[in-house]
Design a protein around this ligand. Structure first.
Ligand code: B3K
Ligand code: ZN
Length: 883
């Protein structure tokens, strides 16, 4: 049983474990009715913890204890206690063998933490605290043990029995069951434990490591999915090679396995040698996977693989250190993705995610530092702040110390802490030791929440050819942190003259066209001499720091940056700033049927420029996201934001129809589909044009899009046409979208991942009436509340990606979310709590919306048995600001 009021866990109360576990031997007897878990722990008192003869305390949640013994002696009931998720044995020898047998019921586990069943197979998810739902254990990341795992199951239905490490033995039992024993030579924390049993087939391959060892690679799937593994396998091999070449990291076991599981709370999990993946993050085939899906899969395969070093070999001391492994690993996977092509576009995508979603988190009631100080439910802290902002922190360290010192720092970190459970402080110290740089002030990035703001202004003195750049930094208050100290911020800077970049020196360094300025004080002035003309500053190139930067650019300045800046990211950003202004003035009631003339000519130039990189042009045609516009507004009015963005897009489509059509028809699809940067770029631009054209709702464009849908030989083009007609066309009935939706459903009814796309397209039709569609789809024969992917595809997509539907003025969208969370919370608290995100920012909305959002949060707070996950989100959202 969980406590009525969840307990706060605080970093300041961290204490080393009283007991360590040298080895753990597990034996699972899997069954349909129940599963028996036999465990033998070799325990040793941790004298370094200095806790005298503290009792043995082991976590255990919802376990039926069948037997318990110490050193072969069964314990009397009076010698132990199992209450409130803790097993307490008051008196134990300094070293002992603790044996337990518990009974669990994986088939009833809908929370998908611990051991559960997904489409019949058995699988596990233990991070962060799922292992305690399997057996008794000090379920914390700083207890590292050597695991052996024996799995017993009926051969029928479960021919494949997997755990991690190397297979040590297998055999048959007379009753039709068989067993396999796995041994992992590397000590690891319980959160990395995994087990899988099912009727699976595998795609097999191998990889020869840099030292010449052969590693067997296997991707396990249901037989129907065997044709969807090749891309993931390729990504895996590329990741293995890349980690050797770029970080000097070699794989360490003889086998590396991936298993695809349909019911999964997150994307994937890096269990040692046995990664478990959400099917949506590993299965790929051009018929059912979009380009974006392929790229996401490659990134996630890489991410989980990279965890073998950044996470598994060197792990976290406690969950406050989560970003130690997640921020660093996101940084590594982003580097990998950038290295495999389209690096500027990848960076633009990352920044767009930060600005839309992470900034919102940083500005809301759940704001927390990259290294949080406290939590009620750790599952709520697998956030964009810990992951994405955490990655930005690593990126900034690299900016500050330089690529070579950074590599020395990572080498030092891995060798110094191999086999240990450490902290973000250890990471930063390794970087300092390897580079000789002082990152003292930089550490504030780990402890201060909120998005810093940089206000730039400049002055140019023509008489002495001097350019001055003034910067003032500040960071808004966040819950529990009313005041912030100035941060150490790397500002990558270029100066753009009337015909191109200018060379300049920074603090006596050699002349170059780019420097990384280091901001440390609340206010700073940088002085550059020998500057022959007034430059336009190209600030935060490559988005060198996760901040909101403001500079009063004129339209001509922005136009100059878009034309002459050599930094692709900065060119895109200049376009975004231009578009932002246009949308902001539309939100303020200006602008009519015509587009902004500056934006119109920028778009025209982009569409006509046949030498430009199509992928970048596609990004430049995307106006800033609604959530980013909201984030920058004083008061968020989601309907006004949507209307402004939509009317500007429509105006651009009308005035540039010929150019969009021209660009669209220039980019005819290639005969054979490949996921390479050139093809992906061409498709993305063509489909961006398709979406603008759909806004016109005219017969010619409709015909073109219907033709695209039918002629498509890949999901990217098919889905783009469908989405354009369903979401872009002002009249989806007349557009023929309804018939295409039926066609799509009939085609892909039996492909869960494709059907998820079908649910999402409808959930995101930007119209108040989409709520009724979504309600109807809840009753669809293939909708299943137990499957997180489906919940996210329908309910999640609607609530977080459909402003006109979710934020409709009668508040019905909010009440809908409340109802769904109420039903889902008892089943799967993690997924339920995540769905709540759009409600958490209610205070920033206009009263009409804020009242409706708050009312739903209050109705949830009144529920008698809210999970700790939802309890924390709801209560923090309703708490007085600054509290
Ligand atoms: N480490 C896992 C996340 C597990 C989350 C559990 N709530 C996936 C990843 O970041 O690689
Ligand atoms: Zn991760």
């Amino acid at each position: 049983m969980k406590d009525a009021q969840p307990r706060v866990t605080r970093l300041s109360e961290y204490r080393p474990p009283d007991f360590l576990v040298d080895t753990v031997d597990l034996r699972f007897e899997l069954g349909d009715e129940f599963t028996l878990v036999h465990s033998r722990l070799a325990l040793r008192r941790n004298t370094a913890a200095g806790a005298g003869n503290a009792p043995l305390l082991l976590n255990g949640q919802g376990l039926s204890l069948l037997s318990i013994s110490i050193d072969g002696q069964a314990l009397e009931a009076s010698n132990f206690r199992y209450e409130e998720d803790l097993l307490e044995v008051p008196s134990v020898p300094e070293r002992c063998l603790l044996e337990t047998c518990v009974r669990i019921e994986p088939q009833k586990n809908t929370a998908l933490e611990g051991l559960y069943r997904s489409r019949g197979m058995f699988c596990t998810q233990c991070e962060p605290e799922g292992f305690r739902r399997i057996t008794f254990f000090p379920d914390r990341p700083d207890v590292l043990a050597r695991f052996s795992t024996e799995i017993v199951a009926p051969r029928e239905g479960f021919p494949v029995l997997l755990s991690h490490g190397n297979e040590a033995a297998r055999g048959e039992l007379p009753d039709g069951r068989h067993w396999v024993r796995w041994e992992d030579p590397f000590p690891k924390p319980s959160y990395l434990f995994a087990l899988v049993a099912g009727d699976l087939v595998s795609l097999d391959d191998s990889f020869t490591t840099c030292s010449g060892r052969t590693v067997v690679l296997r991707i396990f799937v249901e037989p129907k999915d065997l044709d969807k593994c090749a891309f993931g396998m390729d990504a895996l091999k590329q990741s293995m090679r890349w980690d050797e070449e770029v970080y000097g990291r070699e794989y360490d076991l003889d086998i590396f396995m991936i298993v695809a599981v349909d019911d999964f709370n997150m994307g994937a999990m890096e269990n040692k040698g046995l990664n478990v993946f959400n099917t949506s993050c590993v299965l790929a085939h051009p018929d059912i996977t979009t380009d974006a899906g392929f790229l996401r899969i490659a990134g996630i395969v890489a991410h989980e693989y990279f965890h073998n070093w950044s996470g598994n070999r060197v792990t976290c001391r406690d969950w406050f250190q989560l970003s130690l492994k997640e921020g660093f690993t996101v940084f590594r996977d982003a580097q990998f993705s950038a290295d495999t092509g389209a690096s500027v576009v990848r960076r633009i995508e990352n920044v767009a995610l930060l600005r839309t979603a992470q900034f919102a988190e940083d500005g809301g009631p759940m704001a927390h530092p990259v290294r949080p100080d406290s939590y009620l439910e750790i599952n709520n802290f697998y956030t964009l702040t810990v992951y994405e902002k955490g990655a930005e922190l690593v990126r900034m360290i690299r900016e500050l110390v330089g690529a070579e010192a950074f590599r020395r720092g990572s080498d030092l970190y891995f060798s110094r802490h191999d086999g240990q459970a450490v902290t973000t402080e250890d990471f930063v110290r390794a970087m300092e030791d390897a580079s000789g740089r002082d990152l003292g002030q930089f550490r504030l990035w780990y402890t201060q929440a909120g998005t810093p703001q940089l206000l730039f202004r400049d002055e140019y003195d023509a008489a002495d050819a001097t350019y001055r750049l003034h910067v003032a930094q500040s960071c808004p208050p966040t819950p529990g942190q009313p005041q912030k100290d100035p941060m150490h911020v790397p500002v990558r800077l270029g100066l753009i003259g009337s015909s191109g970049e200018l060379a300049f020196t920074d603090a006596g360094s050699a002349k170059a066209t780019e420097h990384v300025l280091e901001l440390r004080d609340a206010e700073t002035t940088f002085v550059f001499t020998g500057i022959p003309e007034r430059p336009v500053p190209s600030l935060l190139r490559g988005f060198s720091a996760p901040v909101k930067a403001r500079f009063d650019y004129s339209s001509a300045d922005l136009e100059r940056l878009m034309r002459l800046d050599t930094d692709g990211f900065a060119r895109w950003d200049a376009g975004q700033t231009l578009a932002l202004r246009v949308l902001q003035s539309r939100m303020a009631g200006q602008g009519g049927a015509d587009p902004d003339s500056g934006l119109q000519s920028a778009f025209r130039a982009l569409l006509l420029d046949t030498s430009a990189d199509p992928a970048t042009v596609a990004q430049m045609l995307v106006l800033p996201a609604e959530t980013y516009l909201g984030e920058l507004a004083e008061i968020i009015d989601p309907l006004a934001i949507h209307a402004a963005r939509q009317s500007e897009r429509r105006a651009l489509a009308h005035s540039l129809k010929a150019e969009f059509l021209d660009c669209y028809s220039r980019l005819t699809p290639e005969a054979d589909y490949r996921v390479d940067p050139v093809q992906v770029g061409r498709r993305s631009l063509r489909n961006a044009c398709a979406h603008y054209l759909s806004l016109l709702g005219d017969a010619q464009c409709r015909a073109l899009l219907r033709e695209q849908y039918h002629a498509a030989r890949n999901m990217t083009d098919r889905l783009a046409a469908l989405t354009a007609l369903v979401q872009g066309d002002p009249d989806p009935q007349a557009s023929g979208a309804t018939a295409l939706l039926q066609d799509f459903e009939a085609r892909w009814r039996h492909e869960a991942l494709a059907l998820n796309l079908w649910f999402s397209v409808q959930a995101q039709r930007p119209h108040a009436g989409a709520l009724e569609d979504v309600r109807a789809l809840l009753g669809h024969r293939d909708f299943e509340l137990r499957n997180p992917n489906r919940v996210r595809a329908l309910i999640g997509a609607f609530c977080s990606g459909n402003a006109p539907g979710f934020h409709r003025a009668d508040g019905a969208g909010y009440r809908f979310l409340g109802e769904q969370v109420k039903v889902l919370d008892p089943m799967n608290p993690q997924v339920a709590a995540r769905l709540l995100a759009p409600l958490t920012r209610w205070r920033r909305h206009s009263p009409l919306h804020a009242d409706g959002m708050r009312a739903v949060l209050e109705s949830l707070r009144a529920l008698p048995a809210l999970s700790p996950d939802c309890f924390e989100v709801v209560n923090k959202s309703l708490a007085a600001p600054g509290g």
